[in-house]
Design a protein around this ligand. Structure first.
Ligand code: CUA
Length: 326
């Protein structure tokens, strides 16, 4: 459900409230514009017909009071509805609709990195990247921060923007009224690949959400030293795992169940279940993964993943291994 103009296609109560405010302000501005432009047009057309200097008028108390009081009332009203919206969006509900859960607990920690998003579910320990799953119709309390520079977390169809600032935690609510996938973007210029710091929010049924959490929590079977009877694919994946460590990928990445524990780059534990590579740069397929590993700098110049100048054989092995990480 990626709409052409996402801000005008709200899919959460928050985004609807923002959209309402936008439409009200747009309406007032349009009326004022129409009045001002109309008066100018009338003045121009009258002046043109007469071809003489129009009658001169030097001040009218009533008009002057009207054009001061009118705008003051409009501005006060705009401030009031904007402030009301901000207060509503930031409010912390005490409990969710069924009254069971304390919503002041954090459901999701999102950390901006140049140029990708780390996504952590502290209650279940799930860590992912650039893909956020949420249950439809439920409010998730999200903590937003950054590991390096200032980024800004924004899912236009789901609500407000919130800055991701190093050394500081900001909080928002994330919720979607309808199931679907919603495009998120970094909306604060943060360096060369700011434009490719995308993420997706997948709003799914409560059941699917629990299933997703469970599958992310499951240990991934690692390819083991295999008998000569193992299939070619299994042997390739095993060689890929060995090469992963030989090529020092573990210095940046985590794969649960292996010695790879670094958190500089995205956690790869369930890499194969993700839909995109490089924070939205390309779809996650074997061909694209090979392209990415061959030269990440060609696809995303400036990103922290270096070009390891891998040969075709090592590429095949690594792809085979990473594709086992479902
Ligand atoms: Cu991160 Cu722009």
């Amino acid at each position: 459900m990626n709409s052409v103009i996402p801000v005008l296609d709200p899919a959460s109560p928050q985004a609807e409230a923002i959209n309402d405010l936008f439409l009200q302000v747009l309406l007032i501005s349009a009326i004022i514009f129409a009045i001002v432009a109309g008066l100018i047009l009338i003045a121009i057309s009258r002046g043109r017909r007469k071809q003489t200097l129009p009658e001169q008028d030097f001040g009218s108390e009533k008009t002057e009071i009207a054009w001061m009081v009118g705008p003051v009332i409009i501005v006060i009203w705009l401030v009031a509805i904007s402030a009301n919206l901000v207060i509503t969006l930031n409010a912390i509900p005490k409990a969710d609709p069924d009254g069971k859960t304390d919503l002041s607990e954090i459901d999701l920690i999102v950390t901006g990195h140049q140029w990708w998003w780390e996504v952590e579910y502290p209650k279940s320990g799930v860590i992912s990247a650039n893909e956020i799953y949420i249950p439809v119709g439920k409010k998730l309390r999200v903590q937003i921060s950054s590991d390096d520079v200032i980024h800004c977390f924004w899912v236009a169809q789901l609500g407000r923007k919130i800055d991701a600032i190093p050394g500081r935690e900001n909080y928002i609510w994330l919720e979607a009224s309808e199931p679907g996938s919603y495009q998120g973007r970094c909306s604060e210029y943060c360096g060369a690949q700011h434009a490719w710091m995308n993420f997706k929010v997948y709003a799914v049924s409560n059941e699917e959400y629990e299933q997703w959490l469970a599958s992310e929590n499951k240990a991934v079977a690692q390819p083991k030293l295999l008998s000569p009877l193992a299939s070619a694919d299994e042997q390739l994946a095993f060689a890929g795992k060995q090469f992963f460590f030989q090529a020092t990928c573990q210095q940046c990445h985590t794969i649960e169940g292996t010695p790879a524990k670094a958190r500089i780059g995205p956690d790869l534990t369930h890499f194969a279940s993700r839909k995109e590579i490089g924070a939205g740069v390309i779809e996650n397929s074997s061909e694209n993964l090979a392209l990415w590993l061959k030269d990440p700098q060609a696809l995303k110049p400036g990103c922290k993943m270096p070009n390891f100048k891998l040969n075709e054989e090592h590429l095949k092995q690594l792809v085979a291994y990473l594709e086992t990480l479902e």
